[in-house]
Design a protein around this ligand. Structure first.
Ligand code: ADP
Ligand code: MG
Length: 718
């Protein structure tokens, strides 16, 4: 057996197991070793039937007999029941609404049953317990169950499972892998002095401890090690990138303070201290010989666009190297057409007093400002024409969507790249844009997704961070209300009053269309189309209502957004597509349906759509779930002072099982847990920075070099 041996070669697998492994991305023996348990049940806490009492929550291993499905007498709902027996006695098990139980467990099957003990007419029974077929009994239990006294207990690991493959399979297969002696072929990737300094177990010990811990100290130190490892590797890569980025030459842009002040004066508002501070930091970066790489993080509505516009002005004002005419160029990328268009329109008002061209490029067409025939207006032009002007340097500012990163888009003097809502783009897309010039441009990434500091330090370790932590003055804080279902009509009345004052309303629904009612598990979430119909018929017959969702074409969306922004439409029923930066100052109210389906950060972003003006803004939150977790989350939404606070809350509350981390940030659940721990994140960052500074090519650490080289791909420690 080798680390890279395919699992289906080493083990006899049935088709369902193959499928399940495939689905989980587990191909090689090494993948299996890195498939970690999500939790451990201590088998020393396994109970025996004779010792049970009402109200206990217990785990029991035993055999099943007499499983059958019937209809419950009173409520006519499907019900399954059966008997569980171990060496000490028998107990009944009952399940409501789970008729499939009898199908997945067979007569005489060895099972692990976990649940609460109830009592009825003096008889104890399990009601709705979790039941899992087990192939063998876990070590410890088996021995005592069959009369032998187990010498030591092993904690029973629970693995992320998939249909067709159980925790037990993982447990026993990994035992076989260990037995094959393969651990001796694994090399330690983390430098020994670091392991020692932070008291982390070596790789072999850690692998054994994470899969078969003898106690909870074993498992927690193993988990700590792998979390450290993951974050350390990310940091190494980020610090290396940072170093490489800084070794490049950049356009030196010398900005006069007076010029900046003149430009800023033209805004119809007074910039906040935060905004001025950010502008200042960026113009200082422009003067250095190496390219800037900065992340501007600020809540929705904190005014990031003005910071971008001012610094773009500074760049536009500078001449290409060795020339006394022409302008340096900026590419400004936004994630949606609506947003790109909105920036384009704003930029026209900010820059119309200057003799420069501004271009817009999106999937559905191109525009240029000013138009030849009407110098105060933009006009549509062909893509070819626009690209020609961009390539010969005649268009200093090009705003667009993903269309910007296409190969055919070439700049003459690209000096500055601004990426709005940067989390919506992949690293590769961002990279494509920053490698368009001969010289690396300065990079400004912007995001309104507030993330915890530890996470920012990890995933944005290569960037400098600036916060816009001040909202424009004069803004009334948004009023957020969690609405009880009984108060729905009351709420609509409140909203109507505001609408009579000319305000507009967003209604956010989790779905586009009504779920297929024939599908058994169809969710009850409100849909955009039905909700729009219902509102028109039952609640706001006098209003004009439009819908917006991701399945519409860009042109359709554009039209809907335009009508809404000029006030022709009163109510916009939408999916979370309006999440991103759309700016309609007169829309001061937002209803969020099915709020439990959105993350806290997302809810915060959605709510941010309505704090675009100095009118009082309202956010009405409806949730279908009554669970405590939902309640706590929504309460946090009401009380948190800003998005950063919310993100910390999300981080603390997020369970390892939620996979949120992996999906959104490319970090495993295990490392996501570690991100709660600022000390660990700082330690891994310190060590990575030190290592990269001392030995940037990792000459002393070939395994680490291999990782950096294959950056991001799976690493093989052979
Ligand atoms: P975001 O940070 O979410 O991108 P925007 O840049 O879209 O925010 O700004 C939101 C709104 O606030 C815009 O209408 C903008 O003109 C306005 N704005 C920006 N800065 C200020 C300020 N200092 N004072 C008042 N209004 C401002
Ligand atoms: Mg924005």
């Amino acid at each position: 057996m080798e680390l890279h041996s395919p699992l289906d070669k080493e083990f006899r697998l049935v088709e369902t197991q193959k499928k399940a492994l495939n689905k989980m991305g587990l191909v090689s023996v090494e993948d299996l070793l890195y498939h970690f348990p999500v939790k451990y049940g201590d088998t020393s806490k396994v109970s025996y039937i004779e010792s049970l009492a009402q109200g206990d929550t217990v785990t029991i291993f035993g055999r099943v007999t007499g499983l059958k499905t019937s209809k419950a007498f009173v409520k006519k709902i499907p019900m399954s029941d059966g008997m569980l027996s171990d060496e000490t006695g028998k107990i009944k098990m009952v399940w409501f609404n789970q008729p499939y139980i009898a199908k997945i467990i067979r007569e005489g099957q060895l099972v692990r049953v976990e649940g609460k003990i109830s009592e009825r007419k003096g008889e104890l029974y399990f009601s709705n317990p979790k039941i899992e077929a087990v192939g063998n009994l876990p070590i410890g239990v088996g021995e005592s169950l069959f009369g032998k006294d187990g010498e030591e207990h092993t904690m029973h690991p629970t693995y992320p499972e998939s249909r067709g493959i159980t925790s037990n399979w993982f447990y026993h297969t990994i035992q076989k892998v260990f037995m094959s002696g393969i651990l001796d072929k694994i090399e330690e990737p983390i430098p020994g002095d670091i392991l020692k300094k932070y008291n982390l177990p070596g790789i072999k010990t850690a692998l054994i401890w994470i899969h078969t811990p003898r106690n909870s100290d074993n498992s927690s130190s193993a988990r700590k090690r792998f979390a450290f490892q993951e974050i350390f590797f990310i940091q190494l890569q980020k610090q290396k990138e940072r170093l490489l980025w800084r070794e490049q030459n950049a356009f030196k842009i010398d900005t006069k303070e007076r010029d900046v002040n003149d430009f800023v004066k033209r805004f119809p508002f007074k910039p906040t201290e935060s905004q001025l501070d950010a502008i200042n930091k960026i113009t200082i970066d422009f003067k250095r010989g190496y390219p800037m790489s900065r992340l501007l993080e600020g809540d929705v509505g904190s005014g990031k666009t003005a910071v971008a516009a001012t610094t773009i002005y500074a760049v536009t004002n500078a001449r290409p190297i060795g020339k006394d005419y022409g302008n340096l160029q900026t590419a400004y990328m936004a994630p949606t057409e609506i947003l790109a268009k909105q920036h384009y329109e704003n930029f026209i008002t900010y820059f119309e007093h200057l003799p420069i061209k501004i271009g817009l490029i999106t999937g559905s067409g191109c525009q240029i400002f000013p138009s030849k025939t009407n110098p105060s207006k933009p006009t549509s032009i062909s893509r070819a024409q626009l690209l020609k002007w961009v390539a010969n340097g005649e268009v200093p500012i090009l705003i667009g969507t993903h269309s910007l990163i296409q190969k055919s888009v070439k700049f003459k003097h690209l000096a500055f790249v601004v990426i709005d809502e940067q989390h919506r783009f992949g690293a590769l897309q961002r990279q494509k844009l920053t490698t368009k010039g001969l010289i690396s441009p300065h990079l400004l990434s912007m995001t309104a997704t507030p993330i915890p500091r530890t996470l920012a330090l990890t995933i944005y370790g290569d960037l400098d961070l600036t916060l816009l932590d001040q909202m424009p003055t004069g803004r009334l804080p948004i009023i957020t209300k969690i609405i009880e279902p009984t108060l729905r009509n009351e709420t609509y009345k409140e909203i109507k009053k505001e609408m009579q004052n000319g305000r507009q309303l967003y209604v956010i629904c989790p779905r586009i269309n009504e779920p297929d009612p024939t599908k058994e598990l169809a969710v009850l979430a409100k849909s955009v189309s039905l909700e729009a119909e219902r509102l028109k018929k039952e609640v706001f017959p006098e209003c004009s209502i439009a819908i917006l969702h991701s399945k519409m074409t860009p042109a359709e969306k554009e039209k809907v957004m335009h009508k809404f922004s000029v006030g022709e439409t009163n109510i916009l029923v939408a999916t979370s597509v309006v999440e991103v930066g759309v700016n309609v100052p007169n829309a001061t109210m937002i209803i969020i349906e099915g709020a439990e389906r959105f993350g806290l950060s997302q809810l915060h972003q959605l709510r941010g759509r309505v704090i675009r003006s100095n009118h009082q803004a309202y956010c009405y939150v409806f949730a279908e779930s009554k669970g405590q977790k939902t309640k706590d989350r929504l309460k946090a939404l009401m009380t948190a002072k800003n998005g950063f606070e919310l993100s910390e809350f999300d981080l603390q509350q997020r369970g390892a099982g939620e996979l949120y981390g992996r999906k959104q940030w490319g970090i495993s659940d295990l490392a996501m847990e570690a991100i709660k721990n600022i000390k660990m994140v700082e330690a891994s960052r310190t060590e990575a920075t030190r290592l990269v500074e001392e030995d940037s090519d990792f000459k002393k650490y070939p395994l680490l070099r291999k990782y950096i080289e294959t950056s991001g791909e799976k690493i093989h420690f052979e």
